[in-house]
Write a protein that binds this ligand. Structure first.
Ligand SMILES: [Zn+2]
Ligand SMILES: [Zn+2]
Length: 322
């Protein structure tokens, strides 16, 4: 009896020591350098407890979703070097180490993945964004100059969009009474899906989530539909909508994107347009954004969603009673 008890105590102590040693062995990241990289480029992760070889561990990056970096150049106890995949969308990412054997993850650190490579000597974030978009999408030097000259119009939006979460929760509610759609939506889930469709198509790469009567404290923005007059507007993080389809325009204001026109009389007159372009949702001539608004919003310049976007907008429009 005594032997069993002693054995149990010894076993318990051993298990506690094992547990502590396992905890102590988890990978911990202390730095990622350099702080920004372009797709296909190499970066270094420093820290501790990485182990002598990769084993069951992987380097992960996440933005909208997590993915594994398979191209590992070397793996040492305090340093790992990896090469980014060549097809990543630009944006702020988290870097971490995941251990598949016990399903644990390390702490995570930031890495800004730019659209294309920009010399590290350039440190101004807005300039980096503009130069990376010019390189990735083949824009001209005139375009770059225009973007830098118009920093005052787009820098605030760029900084706000850069720090925003990938998934945008939008709390939806009616202003007073529900809109009497004809034909009606099957349910509000279908209605919210229709709003998500126009928003995801207007902002390629973003992930909108419309929550009917959602919590306005935890939302990124709020959509209030069915205001009495045709004067939709954005205020703070609230978007007041007469026609819901104008959400995609008003949401850009929440992200600090200005109109291209200075006065209402100039609407659609193609004022303040980047070189060679004539249409933008913020000039009300089309449902898509111009390259300037896209660069600020970190939306790719080579994605054309016009057809699907127009169809998704028509799907909401056709149900409006007014
Ligand atoms: Zn507006
Ligand atoms: Zn624009």
């Amino acid at each position: 009896m005594k032997t069993i008890k002693v054995t149990m105590i010894v076993t318990s102590i051993f298990l506690v020591i094992l547990a502590f040693s396992l905890l102590g062995c988890h990978a911990k990241l202390t730095s990622v350098s350099p702080y920004r990289r372009a797709p296909g480029e190499i970066f270094l992760i420093s820290g501790e407890n990485f182990g002598n070889r990769q084993g069951s561990q992987v380097v992960g990056i996440s933005r909208c979703r997590a993915s594994i970096i398979y191209d590992v150049l070397f793996w040492m106890p305090e340093e790992i070097e990896v090469r980014l995949p060549s097809d990543l969308p630009s944006g702020n990412y988290k870097v971490f180490i995941y251990d598949d054997s016990d399903h644990t993850g390390s702490n995570s650190l930031d890495l800004w993945i730019t659209a294309a490579s920009v010399p590290l000597a350039i440190i101004d974030p807005y300039e980096v964004q503009v130069k990376s978009f010019r390189a990735r999408y083949g824009k001209s030097i005139e375009w770059e100059r225009w973007m830098l000259d118009n920093r005052g119009r787009y820098e605030a939006a760029f900084l706000k969009a850069k720090e925003a979460p990938c998934t945008r929760n939008i709390a939806f509610r009616y202003d007073t009474d529900p809109i009497v759609y004809e034909p009606p939506w099957v349910n509000e889930d279908q209605h919210m899906a229709a709003l998500k469709a126009i928003s995801d198509l207007a902002y390629p790469g973003y992930d909108f989530r419309f929550l009917f009567d959602g919590d306005t404290d935890y939302s990124y923005a709020n959509a209030i539909a069915g205001i009495p007059t045709n004067e939709s507007f954005a205020s703070g993080k609230d978007v007041y909508l007469y026609y819901e389809t104008i959400f995609i325009h008003e949401f850009a204001h929440i992200l600090c994107i200005p109109h291209h026109y200075d006065t209402i009389a100039e609407m659609g007159m193609r004022r303040h347009m980047p070189p060679g372009e004539s249409e933008c949702l913020m000039d009300r001539g089309t449902n898509q954004f111009c390259s300037a608004c896209r660069t600020a919003l970190n939306v790719p310049l080579d994605v054309d969603t016009e057809e699907a976007l127009d169809a998704a907008i028509a799907e909401i429009w056709r149900r409006y009673p007014y």
